[in-house]
Design a protein around this ligand. Structure first.
Ligand SMILES: Cc1cc2nc3c(=O)[nH]c(=O)nc-3n(C[C@H](O)[C@H](O)[C@H](O)COP(=O)(O)OP(=O)(O)OC[C@H]3O[C@@H](n4cnc5c(N)ncnc54)[C@H](O)[C@@H]3O)c2cc1C
Length: 378
């Protein structure tokens, strides 16, 4: 969409119809928020991203962001600084004392005495609705062509895109955004920079008062050591529960079925954190995959062929909520100009992939070493 807005003729190539079932973006919802505790630069980026989501809604003429707010559970002494940070970015927010927090959200069983910040403009983006509307919008644009159901097998840094049907496309610029599949398109030296993670998520029927759930904000952190988080049911979507502790390094993408071990582990965790939760409320579970830069832990933006190819390996924690900022920056680069800084280090400071590619290994499908899964079942 941003490439179209930049006036570029665009060909969209995907291995499948959009959305692909294992695309990282293909989910019921994702949380978007400004506050990133203890990180002023990302909080400023979050404020800009929230405004960009609203602008995207206007362009698509569709309500995508349900502003249920985001509740950030924090140690009481960290609340004032974070409140000030949000205020400086023009983001409305309310501080809750431990007593107010317990009173307003009685379902929370917090492990320690915590206070909170309720960020009003944050909320939940209806991800699957966005993907199908974006696909439709692109289809309506003159100047956009599609090659769907056609896997890319290799990309030459000079701008030649090789397809599985034996044909090739030439382009002045190539933007690669292949989510968790990205390592398959990189030479081994580049693929090794990216670690693949698999995360289990529970989808639940809300229990108790529906009225209470309708006023429940997204909770990016519930203050637990396992990094538990909650996405409330909005617009008929299920309640979604997971934790950083349910994310593990794996070698390859396989099934999206959640193994019983991980389902039980999440059930135990949420039985301890949410009053009224029991395994009977779990309507389903699903595993998703994403990458992270093995060096810095976030996304990775590589440029190859002196700015001809821009390869963005999206990460798990932030690549959806910042998507409007990331896409605008990638489109600017594809158009040959320098974008405004986004505040996301990897996007603002791309790495020259050519320097990392071993001689004789262009960007393209290649074998790469896989990480072990340890003793825990994947
Ligand atoms: C469980 C889970 C929780 C997450 N939580 C958050 C969160 O809270 N906040 C956040 O910001 N982000 C989160 N993310 C991450 C975020 O959703 C992703 O990083 C982001 O959606 C990636 O978008 P993308 O368009 O780059 O990739 P994708 O959505 O994965 O799309 C990649 C596309 O490339 C196509 N493709 C792949 N290989 C080829 C090929 N060889 N040829 C042709 N086409 C190909 C695929 O078919 C697909 O359509 C989460 C991800 C998961 C899985």
């Amino acid at each position: 969409m941003e490439c179209v807005a930049a006036g570029l003729p665009v060909t969209v190539v995907d291995q499948a119809p959009i959305p692909h079932p294992q695309a990282a973006s293909n989910d019921r919802h994702r949380v978007v928020r400004a506050l990133h505790p203890r990180d002023a630069a990302l909080t400023r980026a979050g404020s800009r991203a929230l405004r960009a989501w609203r602008a995207l809604e206007r362009r698509l003429r569709l309500r995508l962001l349900v502003a249920v707010g985001a509740l950030h559970v924090l140690p009481p002494d960290e609340v004032p600084w974070h409140l000030e940070l949000l205020g400086a970015g023009g983001m409305p927010a309310e501080a809750l004392t431990p007593e107010q927090l317990a009173d307003r959200y009685p379902m929370l069983r917090l492990p320690q005495r915590h206070a909170a910040i309720l960020e009003a403009a944050a909320g939940v983006v209806l991800a699957d609705l966005l993907l199908s509307r974006l696909g439709q919008w692109l289809g309506e644009q003159p100047g956009v062509r599609f090659r769907l159901g056609t896997p890319v097998t290799a990309i030459d840094p000079a701008g030649l895109v090789h397809l599985a049907d034996g044909t090739s496309l030439g382009a002045r610029r190539v933007v690669v955004a292949t989510g968790p599949f990205t390592r398959d398109l990189l030479a081994p030296a580049l693929a090794r920079r990216l670690t693949l993670y698999r995360q289990s998520t529970l989808y639940c029927r809300p229990w108790g008062s529906l009225h209470a759930w309708s006023a429940t904000p997204a909770m990016p952190t519930l203050g637990s050591a396992q990094g538990a988080w909650l996405v409330p049911p909005v617009n008929g979507t299920p309640l979604r529960l997971s934790a950083h502790g349910a994310c593990r390094e794996v070698g390859t993408m396989s099934s999206d079925e959640t193994p019983p071990f991980w389902k039980e582990r999440l059930c135990e965790l949420f039985a301890s954190l949410l009053a009224g939760f029991h395994p009977g409320v779990v309507a389903g579970a699903r595993d998703g995959y994403y990458l992270a830069d093995a060096l810095h832990g976030g996304p990775l933006l590589l440029t190859l062929g002196a700015g001809t190819v821009w390869c963005y390996a999206a990460c798990g924690g932030s690549s959806f909520k910042f998507a409007p900022l990331i896409a605008a920056a990638l489109a600017r680069r594809a158009a040959g100009s320098e974008p405004e800084p986004t505040g996301i280090d990897a996007v603002d400071d791309p790495e020259a992939g050519d320097d990392l590619v071993l001689a004789g290994h262009p960007i393209g499908r290649g074998s790469h070493e896989t990480a072990g899964t340890g003793s825990r079942p994947a």
